[in-house]
Design a protein around this ligand. Structure first.
Ligand SMILES: *Cc1c(COP(=O)(O)O)cnc(C)c1O
Length: 394
């Protein structure tokens, strides 16, 4: 193929990016289930191990189907390097390990995916790394939290579970002034609606388990960054710690990428529609959706995202009302995953965010009345009917 993939629009990148056909000329991406590779001569093995010749040497370091997935996602994100991992948390964990050493300090938004918050609160202190958690929407708080030894900043926007938005470009500026690297967990925005590297971030991480698969099948993750940072912080770590994605999962995720743009745009349109419907319902105290005018950071969301995303959150007032709504749903499943073709709703205070103390939940505004909805690919009409019926029951 003679076309330069960098000239392609997103939809083309997602279908054809990274495609590396064998001599068989197979149409679909081949699934290579092999742990190791053979060489014609010891000289060739020598050259591949030294990096002088291209080619794979061991599947923990890289393998053909996984590389197709990495190349496709890198092309989508506009990132020089992409490395796939076995889960989103493996990518988040490695993003930290590569940047931090004992004595370093991290600043992070206090509303984070539960396991990310746990890693920084409960695990990193073992290695002499402490974290200051800030109100991510308050730039003064970010500025005040920076120390001379701050080496990493972790940003999630929109954040879990109430879809708080933070100004990524402004936080990057503050972090770079003290020499800290900025890692953005871009799962909620998806690569379709937000490009953190273009906003100045140093590293982007994904849980591919969510929208990239998008059909509830496999776990996966990815870390993307510039070549120089990858060399400095990550290459050896990836080789020697074993976070490798399975080729089968990479194959599934490649197929997920083909339809990512279509799915996420459709799900986001339906989510915006359901958010408007929920906001107008008398039983709903508050409804959060990033691009709605009543979202506290709507202006930033409109500037830094090209779509609102596939999630919304609503406050029913108390846990009993929230549970009544969940129990009255007939189509939307009760589940804590997100980004799936199937719509699902969860009560964060008793599920994804139950490990937080009540005070920590209070800080991020997560009271017992909130429900988070991940909007899927079902008919918007059927979803609206299900949600309205459930809200009427609240
Ligand atoms: C799901 C998720 C993760 C972790 O991904 P896994 O694939 O479950 O390990 C990290 N961050 C966010 C925002 C997520 O939604």
């Amino acid at each position: 193929m003679s076309e330069d993939p960098n000239d392609w629009d997103i939809a083309t990148r997602l279908v054809r990016g990274g495609l590396a056909r064998t001599d068989h000329g197979e149409m679909s991406e081949a699934l290579f289930l092999t742990q190791s590779f053979v060489y014609d001569s010891p000289e060739e093995a020598d050259a591949r191990f030294s990096g002088a010749a291209p080619g794979f040497v061991y599947a923990r370091y890289g393998s053909p189907t996984v590389k197709m997935f990495e190349d496709r996602l890198a092309l989508l994100e506009g990132a020089p390097v992409c490395r796939a991992t076995a889960s989103g948390m493996a990518a988040v964990y490695l993003s930290m390990l590569g940047l931090l050493r004992a004595g370093d300090h991290v600043v992070a938004g206090r509303a984070l995916f539960g396991s990310c918050r746990w890693l920084l609160s409960n695990w990193a202190p073992r290695f002499g790394v402490d974290t200051t958690f800030v109100d991510a929407s308050d730039l003064e708080a970010w500025r005040a939290a920076m120390r001379p030894n701050t080496r990493m900043v972790l940003v999630e926007s929109p954040a879990n579970p109430l879809l708080e938005i933070c100004d990524i470009a402004a936080i990057v500026k503050i972090a770079h002034e003290v020499g800290a690297r900025v890692v953005v967990d871009n799962v909620f925005a998806t690569p379709i609606f937000q490009s953190p590297l273009k906003l100045g971030a140093d590293v982007v991480v994904y849980s591919a388990t969510k929208h990239i698969d998008g059909q509830g099948r496999v776990m996966g993750g990815a870390l993307l960054c510039e070549e120089a940072l990858f060399e400095e912080a990550y290459r050896d770590l990836f080789r020697h710690t074993g976070p490798a994605l399975s080729p089968f999962n990479a194959w599934v995720l490649l197929k997920g990428l083909e339809t990512l743009d279509l799915r996420v745009r459709r799900q986001s349109e339906t989510a915006a529609h359901l958010a408007d419907l929920a906001a107008d319902h008398p039983k709903v105290r508050a409804c959060r959706y990033p691009t709605r005018a009543d979202h506290p950071q709507a202006a930033i969301a409109r500037r830094q995202m090209s779509g609102g995303g596939t999630l919304l959150a609503m406050d029913l007032g108390d846990q009993a009302a929230a549970f009544r709504v969940l129990n009255a749903l007939q189509l939307i499943d009760i589940s804590n995953n997100l980004g799936d073709a199937k719509s699902m709703a969860t009560h964060p205070a008793t599920t994804t965010h139950r490990a937080m103390t009540p005070e920590q939940r209070q800080e991020i505004g997560l009271t017992e009345g909130w429900i988070r909805v991940s909007v899927g690919l079902e008919s918007p009409v059927d979803l609206a009917r299900d949600l309205t019926r459930a809200l009427d029951a609240a």
